[in-house]
Write a protein that binds this ligand. Sequence first.
Ligand code: NAD
Length: 426
Amino acid sequence: MLEQDLSYLQPDKLGPWGTYLQQIDRVVPYLGKLSRWIETLKRPKRSMIVDVPVELDDGTIAHFEGYRVQHNTSRGPGKGGVRFHQEVTLSEVMALAAWMSIKNAAVNLPYGGAKGGVRVNPHTLSNKEIERIARRYTSEIKMVIGPNSDIPAPDVNANEQVMAWMMDTYSMHQGRTVMGVVTGKPVALGGSLGRKEATGRGVFIASSEAARRKGLDIAAGARVAVQGFGNVGSVAARLFNEAGAKVIAIQDHTGTLYQPTGIDIIQLLTHAARHGAIAGFEGVQTLNSEEFWELETDLLIPAALEGQISEKNAPRIRTKIIVEGANGPTTPAADDILNEHGILVIPDVIANAGGVTVSYFEWVQDFSSFFWTETEINHRLERIMCDAFAAVWQVAQEHRVSVRTAAYIVACTRILMAREMRGLYP
Ligand code: NAD
């Protein structure tokens, strides 16, 4: 029998779903008459738990628990990633799906929010075993996904190869190739140019928009610290460097590098590609991990993990602007401290929306089978990010609230307006 996680039914247990519910409660006073629809956002539209049985290489049969949650589809099909992780739970996937509803609406993409996952540690499995899991999981959720209903994408431990297997499996069921059922595919299989860089590029765009409004000139050697040198952090660091900023500190899981005159990002990229991490890079100082948060900077970019800025380190942070590349890097308690200290925080739902925006471009390109150049993609990404930033910024000014609260006001208003106009069926 499947083990069902029912912790989300306990209101006092503050997991990711509890955090999300708190965030929604905070915006209710700003929603006017639309607030009568608020329960819509507090319940996922559809939650699916599936059994994923596969034969392992040694001949044993293993069963994994899989999930797909469509939180809201008022504004369009569900959209959100799939993660393979041994600690994934239904309540976590519910929260991640809900945050996708908020992100897609905040950036004004014509999507609802969804998310999926399989409770498995892929690092203990062979490639063939992962393929079997990806294919069986896709077969089990095939009745709820589709290019017009819910479009998965890669998340933690799922890459473009996994998306290719998912697309192939879905296509085999349909008897025809359906490119648009997932995004984040290899470029040779209907993927989009610019997708890999999109989140880091979006972080840089959001940073530039924030800096401009704070009268800070990035090109004049603004001091930047970046936590995480993976997909998001390394691209953002390179773009800051190209724009004339000084990236004075980089931290990853292997160490913290510091160079007050600016780290040579191109050389660090070569080093990280060769060694898989930043440790051992020469010609710079190293710090302990706590010192990273105390550096005096103009911009701080958490682009690694959730919960990195907490009430413990928030009081010591000395920066002007924090741009959240990671999902949920700031705890609600830390958020309040940063606000009190006058630090501008650009929330994840805006700052890291570049990835889902270019996923949207991939989906549009797949429908028309007409593919855009990377220049066109980057140009369109910039326009969407800047428009979203401006709309949220205006609401923040009008209501004198944080940019995070403003992003939630914008997103919830768009979702609930769509809900109200559609009315209830039947
Ligand atoms: P990644 O796996 O490519 O890189 C993660 C980086 O974080 C690595 O450099 C790793 O060393 C570092 N890290 C891990 N543990 C750390 C620790 N304890 N201290 C300091 N650094 C640590 O992941 P990514 O794709 O760059 O994603 C980073 C964050 O951005 C995640 O929160 C992810 O959910 C979010 N995000 C990613 C995308 C995307 O398109 N990749 C889109 C939206 C949000």
